[in-house]
Ligand binder design. Sequence first.
Ligand code: B12
Length: 434
Amino acid sequence: MEPRMLQLLLVLHVLALPVQLCEIPKGKSPLIRCLNTELLRQSQDLLVEPNPSVYAALRLSADHSLEKEARYLQRLKDVFLPSVSSSIAVDQQKQPSTGRLALYLLALRAACQDMETRQGRKLVTQLKGHLHKEKTQIAFKGKGHPITSYYQYSLGVLALCVHGKKLETDVIRQLLNAEKHNKFTHGGKLSVDTEAMVGLAFACLERANLYEPSTVAAIHTAGRRVTKKILRAQTAKGTFGNVFSSPLAVQLLIATRMGTEPECTKVMATLLESLEAFQNPMTMSQLLPVLYGKSYLDIATMECQAENDTLELDTTCPGPGPLILGPEMITVHLDVENSLRPEKLYNCSIQVPSGSSLLAVLKTAKQGSPGQFTFETQDTLQGLFLTSVMGVKAGDGEWKYWQLLQAPDTSLEKGISDYHPRDGETILLKFRTW
Ligand code: B12
């Protein structure tokens, strides 16, 4: 063979090799194994409701504890199957939301469960039904808002797609339309998390081989636009959006192989430096796949064979350790306002032991002024969500919420249980639309 021909073949061969974007620098595997172990440890706590996102993350890892994973899967089934199998009329209230059901379906695929059973088909039909209702809500009076959120909507699309199911064209069309009109926001800013989830859904749909060429072309164009929006959202520190939206953004880059090596190197370095910020199981579960070079799209091809059953809970890991409350007291100022009226609802200064969470501050305020300061929370997969303050809460379909800020205008990146205010800090609770 001619040398030039040989050279050409070599170049073509290199181009055809699967290039892994956003690879982890060598020598970091002990740290990654620690995060993996920590997530496994948290999954074993029987007092915490099982989370399908945690299960999917454990399955996407390269190291497993197969017996513990199997027990966790059983706990998930115990939670999800009764609500899925009961009659809709009786159990309308307890039906899992679009996003939870979608995560459960992703978890089942990550366990290589047979879906061609009565139960499996029912789950798929139920998720399709949720998406149909979400789509109808978006079109309702031109409000352009799904029942839950575009994040959950795209998670639903992704889960069905990962199972190889065909979606209603109108469901896809509404997502394309929302992307075109930049509908994905969080606290008034671009929601990189939502963009990334939508991008993953588009990437899956594009590969599915189930849709008309014109639909596939529209998905392709929208998918590229989504990735470009995310790349443009890279900060000087390297994160896409904030540190907690970066894992999903990187999942998208891994799945689509878009983005450049420097963009990836920067974000991975920052994520590895910020591992301590990932203590919440939901945020950990979005990061772990990335540390193993995986995205939710990889769930579609999982075979659950010859897996490495070597993950042990007794691995010793460096870490921040349990947060110890200090003997000294700190003062945190609390301002409560309804930006929709606008009115100031409450303000006071609270003394708490140093190291206390914002939740502890709110509890102390409630105890210190019985009847005056009130708040309510709701447990979610992400943790405790602040639903109501001073009796003000969002009604169904109102898309309002209590935003947590460090006064005057820095939106907190953690929830009430995970955020620990410093001495002298002013926390602003602001009721607003989202
Ligand atoms: C949609 C969304 C919202 C919506 C939720 C309303 C709705 N009906 O969907 C709104 C805009 C209200 C919202 C608010 C907040 N959010 Co938000 N949100 C999301 C998003 C994009 C998707 C959540 C979701 O649907 N998950 C899937 C479903 C199946 O799980 P789920 O548990 O059932 O979902 C519920 C909870 O996630 C809850 N929720 C939403 N955000 C938050 C944040 C916290 C801390 C908690 C405990 C619960 C919670 O609302 C969901 C619907 O009921 C995630 C992105 C992500 N990567 O996960 C960010 C995300 C979870 N939010 C985040 C934050 C920081 C907040 C706020 C604290 C911001 C602020 N400074 O006020 C507030 C919560 C304040 C409060 N009152 O407690 C962070 C959490 C990071 C962390 N370390 O935990 C994320 C990861 C975004 C980010 N990259 O920063 N959020």
